[in-house]
Each structure stands twice: as C-alpha cells, then as structure tokens.
Design a protein around this ligand. Structure first.
Ligand code: PEP
Length: 244
C-alpha cells in the first residue's frame, strides 16, 4: 500500500496564505510515490480544493462534530466538510483531546459520523510523556484504539506521542517500530484480517531530515506532519522520502 503523507495545518492560514501554500505544494507534487493530503482550517477548505483541482493531492478537515446537523453553535459537521470538497478528516488529535476534553467514546462517534458522510478518518492516538516515563504507552494507546475505533474501522491510524508533537523531539526509531508493531497487533485483534489494511502513520516532529529513516521503519504507513507541512519545500521533501 502506498504511504500517506498528511499535512495538518492546524489553526494557520488566512485565505491568501493557504492558497499560496497549496499552490506551492501542488507545483511539486507530480510523480510522487506516496498519497498526499493537506488538512487546512475549515474556513479555507473550499478554496484550497479549487486551487488543487487536477493535482494529486487530497484535502481533509481537522475535526468534525459527531452529529449530522443541529444546534451545535460553532461546530462543523462531516457532511459540511464533504460539501466543501474534503475527502478526509483528522479525528482525536491530541490537541482536541487536551483542549476540548475529547474522549475515546466521542472520537468513536465522530469516526462513525465521518464515515457516514463519506469521509476517510485518520484517528490519532498517543501517550503523554508522563505515561511513557511510567511505561504505560502500550496500555494507553491500546485503550485509545479500543475506545476510538468502531467495529469495521477501515480508515487510518496515526501514532503521535504527545510529547513529540510540535516540540522538535522525535521518538527513537526503536520506539516507533515497537509502537507501530503493537498497534498492528491491536488492529488485527480488533478488526481481524482487515486490520492488516489500516495504514499506521507516525506523527511528532517529522521533518525533511528524519523522514526517510522514520518512513523506512516496519509498519510505518506514512506520516502526519504538523509544523513542517506549513513550508511547501519541507512538506514535499518529506513526501519524496516516502517508500516507493
Ligand atoms: C501534528 O500536529 O499532528 C504534528 C505531528 O505536529 P508536528 O509535526 O509539528 O510535531
């Protein structure tokens, strides 16, 4: 399966900036051996989709509400993202889990809403630094997977150790390989043979200089990239490091 390189722009990008970044990524995206995805802020999804028309780059949201519609002031539904042209959505990012108290059960409901609206979900899991220091990374991530993935899940999982996100610190290759192997085993246990087809992305301070070694590790199906996805040259360098 092709590796997926996904850019999470987070809360960055007014219209002009977003269009410039999308255009620069599109200019270098031909002939890559990976799948490419950018996840801009919801307000610019539609113009970014238009800017990327014809380019081999998908567009995703960064969150959606679990309900199809209704009295949820300020929220965005999965169908609204789809309507704007998105085909993917990131769910359960650690910044959502921390800043908005998102639970595994809520993430699971959001995954169901996303799939019902025709979006492919990327479900994020990962331990905090305190949990890793206590040796709890497998129990924490195992519980997140069990709680966040609905039966029959066929999306993508992103392993993002919280302490590596936006910090410049990357998990060691041995730790990434161990956690991705653990996550694969959990997916096979929960989903049966279908668990083999779930791509497992690594996220946490991926940059051009470390992408090749991370993407070459067993069970690494791509990368979820935050900071480095805001610079087209850096994001494209990571995409070029994907396995053929
Ligand atoms: C992220 O936000 O998912 C992320 C991995 O960020 P960064 O690459 O900046 O660590």
């Amino acid at each position: 399966m092709r590796q997926l390189i996904a850019g999470n722009w987070k809360m960055n990008g007014l219209l002009a900036e977003a269009l410039g970044l999308a255009g620069d990524v599109a200019a270098g995206a031909e002939g890559l051996s990976c799948d490419l995805l950018v996840c801009p802020p919801a307000t610019v999804i539609e113009p970014v989709v238009a800017e990327l028309a014809g380019a081999p780059i998908a567009v995703g949201g960064q969150d959606c509400h679990q309900a199809a519609s209704g009295a949820h002031t300020g929220d965005v539904s999965a169908a609204m993202l789809r309507d704007a042209g998105a085909t993917w959505v990131i769910l359960g990012h650690s910044e959502r889990r921390t800043n908005h108290a998102e639970t595994d059960a809520l993430v699971r409901a959001k995954v169901a809403a996303a799939v019902a609206a025709g979006l492919a979900p990327i479900v994020c899991v990962g331990e905090t630094e305190a949990e890793r220091l206590a040796g709890q990374q497998e129990s924490v991530v195992g519980a997140q997977l069990a709680g966040s993935l609905p039966a029959g899940f066929a999306g993508v999982v992103a392993y993002e150790p919280v302490w590596a996100i936006g910090t410049g610190r990357t998990a060691t290759e041995a730790d990434v390989a161990a956690m991705h192997g653990f996550i694969r085993a959990v997916l096979l246990r929960h989903l049966g043979a279908a668990g083999r087809g779930v791509r497992i992305l690594y996220g946490g301070s991926v940059k051009a200089s470390n992408a090749a070694s991370l993407l070459a590790l067993p069970e690494v199906g791509g990368a979820l990239v935050g900071g480095a996805s805001l610079v087209a040259a850096d994001f494209l360098a990571i995409a070029r490091a994907a396995l053929p």
